[in-house]
Design a protein around this ligand. Sequence first.
Ligand code: CAO
Length: 431
Amino acid sequence: MTNLREIRVPDVGNVAEIDVVEVLIKAGDIVELEQTVATLETDKASMDLPSSASGTIQEVYIKPGDKVSEGTLIATVSVSAEKESIAEPVQAAPSVVATPPPEKTPEPVKPATKSAPEPLALSVVESSNSTVAKAHASPSVRLFARELGVDVSKIKTASGRKGRILKDDVKNFVKKVINEGIVATGAGIPSIPAVDFSPYGETEIQKLSKIKRLTGQNLSRVWLNLPMVTYHEEADITDMEAFRNALNAEKVKGELKITGLMFIIKALVAAMQQFPSFNASLSADGESLILKKYFNIGIAVDTPNGLVVPVIRNVNNKSINELVIELAEKSEKARLGKLLPGDMQGGCMTISSLGGIGGTAFTPIVNAPEVAILGVTRAKMQPVWNGKEFLPRLMLPLDLTYDHRVIDGAEGARFMATVKQNLTDIRRLLL
Ligand code: CAO
């Protein structure tokens, strides 16, 4: 058996005309006791009208735009007699928030419950417009927004009456943020405005390659997420170079030559074995380090389509000659666009070597979730003071960029001192 109960506008203080802003139920809906069924508004306050019974909505008597007052019938609910005997109906009070006068900025709304997240995460995208702080939304919409971590003051599109933000506006805002793939931590960064260059001369539009677009997105994400420091060092590679030249002189025609990069890869891995925090990734929650027991090195390779980073696995178990062959194969595949996704995965640290081109120093960007990257520019003969005299030495510039959340300055400097020692005296690589 069922009984019919009525939901009516309760006593909201001597207000003659109350606007119906939003109706959240329709016939056939199941409602719980105190579930919001409508949003009402006077010129002073906005309120969520709760259901005074749980059951099935039989009929709804109001629509947005109607005027109601105390006692107006909102809806009827059919309640099973069983339920009625268990729960006495209560006269639920509406939850009210003061309606901000449109020209003033409202007080920030505090989270209703402890578990509701602070409205931070999604607030980044549109913060450049301070006028949107005049958010106008019912308590239920504000609660809904808080549950999703959305700051309602950042929502520009309000499709309700009198500029009111509705639930659908919150949903659309979240969809937009997700679709744009905007990183939450880029708090409030205004985008670069579009410029019409035509007044200055002729231009031509060239589409970016897919690799360039993806690399660009990844680099921006890293730039916004990681506090990075770049540390510069120089290694005396005079002896290493003499050894390399001697080895290359032994090679028969057509055999692959050893470049300094192979020794750099080895020297880097030897240092990573000594400093485990460089062979690590920060966990997603930022609370722990994931230490890796394998030593895979990514090598940035310049290709006609953009930068790619093939990975050489288990460098610690490979000889210099094996590295020469593998890097030649992988960089060739990279330039022909034939690398498979697996060839570029699982790296622990990356080397970006511009030494074949030139340079004296640069600041490479960490290939996150790795925690550091080694940049290399062109070795140069320099007069180096040995305490008695200046000697001509071949000096290799090295640049280490690291994630400062994981690696502190002294650790970075010690790590580079070790890489430098390993390159200056490559016998150390045997230890
Ligand atoms: N100092 C002086 N000479 C250097 C050098 C250095 N640091 N590094 C390389 N060279 C020399 C090599 O010995 C070689 O000389 P020879 O022709 O006389 O033998 C010449 O420069 C060309 O070397 P290479 O670049 O072909 O070979 P490599 O092993 O040093 O590097 C690779 C291989 C794949 C890393 C490189 O070809 C490449 O693509 N580099 C660009 C990477 C890049 O774009 N990085 C930017 C990333 S943005 O962060």
